[in-house]
Design a protein around this ligand. Structure first.
Ligand code: RUQ
Ligand code: CUA
Length: 655
């Protein structure tokens, strides 16, 4: 609750006077320019009804002009299909990166090669222009973020994308018809050898039909291991493989680290294998799916699986090498551990010894002991089998303990002091608890319906503590009303002290932004301009068609008209392009700028073309002019005083 008390505290006056003095660089105030700021600030606090807590929160987040944030947060754009880059602690949005959806500002999907990347994401002949993005994962080296790449997934049409953090562009989208939906993606192995993608809603493998009555026999889940080539920055589908799983709803996953490197853990819901049928006299899916007290934590030896795949013990389905379930069982690659009712998050601790699982319909988090699990699997100490023959380990012999958290624990992240932070959905709090003692030490309310949470480098081998963001699905009364569809609410929380402190509410008016990753800003080394001039962002090399200043030209070739164009403040050259109706036009456009931030855009009327020309960038645009007419083109970035004059004509003569 916001306090409306008048400020009388001498301490806050002292803090404010000092901080205002510091913010003015001392100079102004010393010159008398500050005008007794401390008193003014108190008046301001009183006028705005700010409490001492509000003011400390403001001082912890306010980032003066020119100062950079300490962390980047990469948040999934949910239904928006894009990635949102946010500075922490200021919570300023720094960028939207188009991934699965066209992004006009970036020129992503509006004429140049970026359209090729988007088209890689089409499935089954269907053009897809949106996604349900859930879980971004930063690339890692030895279990720590290396700041090179970020991967993201699409839950609805199972896809994985690779975003290069040298220039914040999407470089690749891969998709396998093996599975029909997913959720447990993306998660990386500690050296980013593989990007894990796990199916969610079971379906016959390979995108074929089978009656739903044959659910138990024909429907399946699968975990895909997408091989990542770090040097090239590309996923290599031919070196990727999958493991067939029973038709449960596999959920989130996390990879082992340090001593548990080589293993991956994934929880599951609906081990009842319910599939609904409300009009057919069956219980609705959600009630059928919540009958069992325990579901199954899947424990998978991915390094063992990699060897089995290399040995060729796979079957190819829809182009993907698949280790069949029986092979996985025979080779000891897969086992289950019971986990409390309808689990959700599964998070490996920073030291790699434990896995925290939250049971959505339970009041505990369960801390599993990975070494106990591995030892039992190696010794083949099983207490039973599931209907598919997958061995089951004893629950009690696999856990370290449980922590009484509250109603509806979901996801867990970590700090540098041995504490875990769990989002508690039904109770709508973040619970801080000790991994050693399994007791809750602090709770903070969130507004409202918290889903994921992210802490600074919180899922690496060395979390930072400091900041945590609660990603709340509802915003209720937090912001000025905007009609029935409300934004989501990111709440920044200071976790550096014993008690958590809420610092900032940030509305995020995009599709449900599920999860995020927070990385030290200093780990990223983004380029400032494309160098040398003529670099193609998709090869990071000079494009063979790059246009050199002074060599601009128009050539008619067998496949159409090739226009070699440059852009520089404040003209395109050539600025008149004459073609004939029906021609295919190949625009090879190079920005010959090298000044930081001197970005141009090229938009052509009537053609749905709009590209972004960052300094030094080259792009190739191919389009067919179906209609005769006069089509002005112009620069879409206010680049100079003569920006409006940075224009030209595409003249399409009738046939
Ligand atoms: S999960 S609902 Cu990340 Cu909590 Cu998708
Ligand atoms: Cu170039 Cu405006």
């Amino acid at each position: 609750m916001q306090q409306k008390t008048r400020i009388r505290s001498p301490r806050i006056v002292a803090i404010l006077t000092l901080s205002v003095f510091a913010a003015c660089g001392g100079r102004q105030a010393a010159n008398g320019g500050g005008g007794g700021a401390g008193g003014d600030v108190l008046a301001l606090m009183n006028a705005r009804g700010l409490s001492e807590q509000d003011v400390t929160a403001a001082l912890k987040t306010y980032t003066p002009t020119g100062k950079h944030d300490e962390y980047y947060t990469f948040a999934s754009g949910g239904h928006g299909g894009n990635l949102i880059v946010i500075g922490v602690p200021s919570m300023r949005i720094l960028k939207y990166v188009g991934v699965f959806s066209p992004e006009p500002w970036q020129g992503y999907g509006y004429g140049d090669e970026s359209g090729e990347v988007l088209r890689q994401g089409n499935r089954g002949g269907q053009t897809l222009t949106w996604a349900d993005m859930h879980h971004p994962a930063l690339s890692e080296t030895a279990g720590d973020y290396d700041g090179k790449y970020i991967f993201v997934n699409d839950k609805c049409n199972p896809r994985v994308a690779v975003v290069d953090l040298s220039d914040f562009t999407t470089q690749q989208i891969v998709s396998s018809e093996l599975i029909a939906s997913e959720h447990g993606a993306t998660f990386v192995t500690p050296d980013t050898d593989y990007v894990v993608e796990t199916s969610q809603y079971p379906a016959p493998l390979g995108g074929v039909y089978a009656p739903i009555e044959q659910f138990d026999e024909k429907y399946r889940g699968a975990m895909i291991f997408w091989k990542f080539d770090k040097a090239r920055g590309r996923i290599v589908p031919a070196e990727s493989f999958a493991i067939e799983l029973p038709p449960y709803m596999q959920d989130l996953a996390d990879c082992g680290k340090k001593g548990s490197d080589g293993w991956v853990f994934c929880n599951s819901i609906n081990t009842e294998r319910a599939y609904g049928g409300i009009l057919e006299g069956k219980p609705p899916l959600e009630s059928g799916a919540t009958q069992n007290d325990m579901d199954y934590l899947h424990c998978i030896n991915w390094r063992g699986a990699e060897a089995i795949a290399k040995a060729g013990k796979t079957e190819t389905i829809a182009g993907m090498r698949v280790i069949r379930m029986q092979t996985a069982i025979d080779e000891g690659l897969l086992a289950f551990v019971p986990e409390p009712k309808s689990p959700h998050g599964v998070d490996v601790t920073p030291d790699g010894t434990g896995i925290v699982v939250g049971g959505k319909l339970d009041t505990h988090t369960t801390l599993f002991d990975i070494q106990k699990i591995i030892a039992q699997m190696r010794a083949k100490q099983f207490v039973g089998k599931d209907p598919y023959g997958v061995p089951i380990l004893d629950f009690k012999s696999s856990v370290f303990g449980q922590c009484e958290i509250g109603l509806g624990p979901l996801h867990t992240v970590f700090d540098d002091k041995g504490f875990a932070y769990t989002s508690v959905f039904i109770e709508t709090v973040v619970a801080k608890w000790s991994l050693k003692d399994l007791v809750v030490v602090d709770k903070i309310d969130t507004h409202f319906n918290i889903g994921h949470l992210v802490s600074a480098e919180g899922d690496t081998v060395s979390p930072d503590g400091k900041y945590l963001i609660a990603m709340n699905k509802w915003a209720l009364d937090r912001f000025a009303p905007v009609g029935p569809l409300l934004p989501q609410n990111f709440q920044l929380i200071d976790i550096s002290g014993a008690k958590m402190q809420l610092l900032y509410d940030m509305p995020l008016p995009l599709g449900e932004p599920h999860n995020a990753q927070m990385i030290k800003a200093g780990k990223l080394k983004p380029i400032e301009v494309y160098k040398p001039i003529g670099t193609n962002p998709y090869t990071h090399d000079v494009d063979p068609s790059a246009t050199v200043a002074g060599k601009e030209r128009i050539e008619r070739k067998a496949d159409g008209v090739h226009v070699y164009m440059t852009a520089v403040r404040s003209h395109f050259s050539p600025d008149i392009v004459r073609v004939k109706q029906g021609d295919t036009v190949h625009l090879h456009v190079t920005s010959v700028e090298q000044a930081k931030d001197a970005t141009h855009g090229l938009a052509i009327g009537g053609q749905n073309i709009n590209v972004s020309l960052e300094p030094g960038k080259h792009c190739n645009i191919v389009f067919k002019v179906e209609r005769a007419g006069v089509f002005p083109f112009y620069c879409t970035e206010f680049c100079s005083a003569l920006h409006l004059e940075m224009a030209g004509y595409l003249l399409v003569e009738p046939k």
